[in-house]
Every structure is written in structure tokens, then in C-alpha cells.
Design a protein around this ligand. Structure first.
Ligand code: NAD
Length: 463
């Protein structure tokens, strides 16, 4: 029997899945015992990357894209197995999106002014070695997007990934280093340590050779990075509301909201975390959610059980519930449902702990309001000033405009699932680092560069 490429890939998949963390770290490029060693290696490779032409950088990025496509399933399975969170099929889609829509060197542009007094250029130059702290919710997606963007900008990157997702993150970094070597670039364009901890991230934050730190995660890590005394990019938490008004196509709204909310079991920071619906359409919305979109409406007693299961009395999340599917969560409170149930819904006040907390679970609390204006106020309150993401279902341009102004978020999706904001079923590029807190918005290669003005007086203006 002839051995096909697919058979080889299946064998590799099995071997990788069975490896322990230390085995996979030992076999991977870019993994060091100590953070100082990792930064030193990234610094050496950065000196080479800095001198690569844009064309050479793009060649490496195109090999990374090919390898992501080839390994999308391995990466998806590893992520779910290691973290216990998310959905394999959806994670495959996320990796394919990264391969296709994460920007490369085309994002690096030059601005020029030419006139009587000569020529002035503003170019986007590299920072050097960038420090990146990554979450367990999109572990490999974030590593891959950040490495591609940072490399396109002429940088290398040292990661301090989430301890719960080290193996998956190392696999993604190894993929990038192998791609670089295959395309004639250096090793160690993306590095890390075998055991990332808060101590290793503190070393990274203080290191003289790391001028920029990018934090993707909850409020704690963003605050830590912004207190480091260095330039920081803060991609923090969200709690995106989806507002539905009386002008919306209610059936379509139900479908879009549930699709967005259940994507990768609600792990993406942009995903619908609660719904605010005006009184006149609220019942109809819930009707479509239950009868057509696989939602299970829980009773008051089940809400209390679910609250006590998914969080403690201090509202700290039970990590065993984050990123689990609706059927599993319901089973935890003794409710058996068929396989087509994909979301848990209930109506409650905006102060309900399952509504006001960023759960990252397919649980949608629905807040009923008297009118659009009340809905805007409730949505602003529920977003907690994160200025991250907000979504609306409405056919009124005035309502959409008022909502957008009031929410003031990095992302606002109208009449579509939240993932349209990442270029999935919508226009625009993809990223998994959305710098809500520091204002860069959706990050791309240009975010990871610094501006340099280069001036020639009274020459090179040829006209
Ligand atoms: P998390 O905050 O627990 O961890 C994120 C990373 O920060 C991990 O690597 C962790 O080890 C590190 N970390 C945490 N506290 C730290 C500290 N004080 N100092 C240094 N490092 C620290 O988040 P998570 O559970 O991995 O991810 C979910 C959270 O991240 C959610 O709040 C979600 O909204 C947010 N998130 C935001 C974006 C975005 O682009 N804005 C993307 C993904 C996730």
C-alpha cells in the first residue's frame, strides 16, 4: 500500500497528541529553559530579520500560512485537549481564518510628502524583540497572528503563554520557526520558555532588550503590562452586549446572536455575552431562539444552580466551566438535553451574575427593556467601560448611530454574528489581539512598528 501525505499527517497527529509537554518542548525550535536565554536567542535572530528584505519576510509568512492550513486540525485538537475548552471544528475555522486573513508585509506602508523643499518620508520600522503574553482561550491563534504581524514589521517575538496552553503555544511557535528555516530565514523568530510563569513574565517585562510588550488577556495582565514602565499594548477583557430593537429582523437576529455566542463555545472576547431586547420584540426573539436555534430556556431554579456551578461567591469563574458546550454545562446541574442544544438562555435583570460577568460560556442572559434608549443605557452599563465590542440588530440608521456613539467600542457589528468583526463572514483582516484598552483596536503588522521620519531638504523632489 502506498503511503500518502494524509497518512503521514495522521501519524504525526497521533504522535504529537501523545507527547508530554517536556517531550514536545525538547523537540521544538524556540523553547528555552530560562527567559534570559530565550530573549538572547530572539535578539540574535532579530539582528538577522532586521536585514531581511520585505520580500524575504513575506516568503517566510507565506510558508507559515501554508503550514497553518496543513496543521489546522492538529492545532485545533491540541488546543481543546490541553485547555479542555472550545470546539475542534470551530478552532479549525479559526486557524484557517488566521492563515487566510492575518495581514503580512502589505500592511507596512510609507507616507511621503514631496514639494518645493524636498522629500520627507515616514517609514514603519521594527521595535526589535517584542514581548507577548497570550491567553488560553485562543492560544495558537494568538501566537500565529502575532508572530506573522511582528515578523512582517521586522521584529522577533518572545512569548510568555498561558501555563494552561503551553504545549499548543509551543507547537505554534515551532511551526513558525520551521517555516522561517524552510524559507531561508533564521531560527528563533518566535521563542518562549519551557515553563512560563509570572516570574518569567516579570523577567520579560524588565528586560533591556524588550522595548514593547503586548498583553492579550484579562484585566490583571493588561494592568501589569501598563505598569511595567515600557510601551504596552493592552488587549483586555470584554463583555459584549447584543442590543435588539423593534426595527430588527427578529428571526435573523436570533440566528446571528446564537451563532456568534456559541462559536468556539463563547471563548472569543468579541462574542455576544448577553442580549438586551426591547419589550415589543423580546418574546419573539426568545421564541426563535428556542424553536429554531437550539437554545434551552432555563428555569429560575436552574439559573441558581448554574450560577453556583460556574462561579464562586466572589464571582470568580470555575475554570472547569469556561469554554464548555451547553450540553456539558447543563449536565453539571443535572439537566440532560439532546445534542442539538447549543446555547442556554434565560430572562433576567442586568445585575444577574450570569449576565454581568464575562463568562466565556454559551449562556445568554436576556435583559428586557422598555425602549431603545433604555436598551442603550443597559448595554453601556453591561460593557463595564471596557470599550471592547458591542453588537446591534436594527434597521434604524439613527439607532445604530446612537448606539455606536454611546458604546464607543473598538468593535461594533450590525445585523451579523460577532465573528464578522474578525473577517469571518465579513470584510476586513483577522487578528486575535484586539487592543481595546490602549486604543490600537484590531492589531496588525503596522501596530508592531514605530514611525520614523526621514527628511531630505531641497533635493530628490523631481518635478
Ligand atoms: P488571563 O488574564 O487569565 O491570562 C492571560 C495571560 O496573562 C496568560 O498568559 C496569563 O498567564 C497572564 N497573566 C495573568 N495575570 C498576569 C499578571 N498579573 N502578570 C503577568 N501575566 C499575567 O486570561 P485568559 O483566561 O487566558 O483569557 C481570557 C481573558 O482574556 C478574557 O477576559 C478575554 O476577554 C481576554 N481576551 C482578550 C482578547 C483581546 O484581544 N482583547 C483576546 C483574547 C482574550
Amino acid at each position: 500500500m502506498a503511503v500518502t501525505e494524509n497518512m503521514v499527517r495522521d501519524i504525526v497527529r497521533e504522535v504529537v497528541a501523545k507527547m508530554t509537554l517536556s517531550e514536545s518542548a525538547a523537540k521544538s525550535h524556540g523553547v528555552f529553559r530560562d527567559m534570559n536565554e530565550a530573549i538572547e536567542a530572539a535578539k540574535k535572530s532579530e539582528e538577522i530579520v532586521r536585514r531581511l528584505s520585505m520580500d524575504q519576510r513575506e516568503k517566510i509568512i507565506s510558508v507559515i500560512r501554508r503550514k497553518i492550513r496543513e496543521d489546522a486540525e492538529i492545532l485545533a485538537r491540541m488546543g481543546v485537549e490541553e485547555t479542555g475548552m472550545g470546539n475542534v471544528g470551530h478552532k479549525i475555522l479559526k486557524h484557517t481564518l488566521v492563515a487566510e486573513k492575518c495581514p503580512g508585509t502589505e500592511d507596512i506602508t510609507t507616507t511621503a510628502w514631496s514639494g518645493d523643499r524636498g522629500l520627507t518620508l515616514v517609514e514603519m520600522g521594527p521595535f526589535g524583540v517584542i514581548g507577548s503574553i497570550t491567553p488560553c482561550t485562543n492560544p495558537s491563534e494568538t501566537v500565529l497572528c502575532n508572530t506573522m504581524g511582528m515578523l512582517a514589521g521586522g521584529n522577533t517575538v518572545v512569548f510568555n503563554p498561558h501555563p494552561q496552553a503551553v504545549k499548543t503555544s509551543i507547537y505554534a511557535m515551532n511551526l513558525c520557526n520551521e517555516a522561517s528555516l524552510e524559507a531561508g530565514g533564521p531560527d528563533n523568530i518566535a521563542v518562549t520558555v519551557e515553563k512560563p510563569t509570572l516570574d518569567s513574565s516579570a523577567v520579560m517585562m524588565k528586560h533591556k532588550d524588550v522595548p514593547l510588550i503586548v498583553a492579550t488577556g484579562g484585566p490583571g495582565v493588561v494592568t501589569a503590562v501598563l505598569s511595567s514602565g515600557k510601551r504596552g499594548i493592552g488587549a483586555g477583557a470584554g463583555n459584549p452586549p447584543a442590543l435588539v430593537d423593534e426595527t430588527a429582523d427578529i428571526r435573523h437576529a436570533a440566528e446571528a446572536i446564537v451563532n456568534g455566542c456559541t462559536f468556539d463555545n463563547n471563548l472569543p472576547c468579541i462574542a455576544e455575552k448577553e442580549v438586551v431586547a426591547v419589550q415589543s420584540v423580546c418574546d419573539e426573539l426568545m421564541h426563535y431562539m428556542v424553536t429554531e436555534q437550539g437554545c434551552y430556556l432555563i428555569s429560575k431554579e436552574e439559573q441558581d444552580k448554574l450560577t453556583a456551578t460556574v462561579m464562586d461567591e466572589k464571582r470568580r469563574l470555575n475554570r472547569k466551566c469556561v469554554g464548555r458546550d451547553a450540553k456539558t454545562l447543563l449536565k453539571m446541574i443535572g439537566v440532560e438535553v439532546p445534542d442539538n442544544i447549543r446555547c442556554i438562555i434565560f430572562e433576567g435583570p442586568k445585575e444577574h451574575p450570569l449576565i454581568t460577568t464575562e463568562l466565556m460560556m454559551p449562556i445568554l442572559g436576556i435583559v428586557r427593556v422598555n425602549n431603545f434608549e433604555e436598551g442603550v443605557a443597559a448595554s453601556v452599563w453591561l460593557e463595564h467601560g471596557n470599550r471592547h465590542s458591542a453588537h446591534i440588530h436594527s434597521k434604524s440608521i439613527d439607532h445604530i448611530t446612537d448606539y455606536a456613539r454611546a458604546m464607543d467600542t473598538a468593535i461594533l457589528v450590525k445585523n451579523a454574528p460577532s465573528y464578522a468583526s474578525l473577517g469571518f463572514g465579513g470584510e476586513g483582516f483577522c487578528t486575535f489581539t484586539i487592543a481595546s484598552r490602549t486604543g490600537e483596536g484590531l492589531t496588525s503588522a503596522r501596530t508592531f512598528t514605530k514611525r520614523r521620519r526621514c527628511v531630505m531638504v531641497d533635493s530628490l523632489c523631481i518635478r
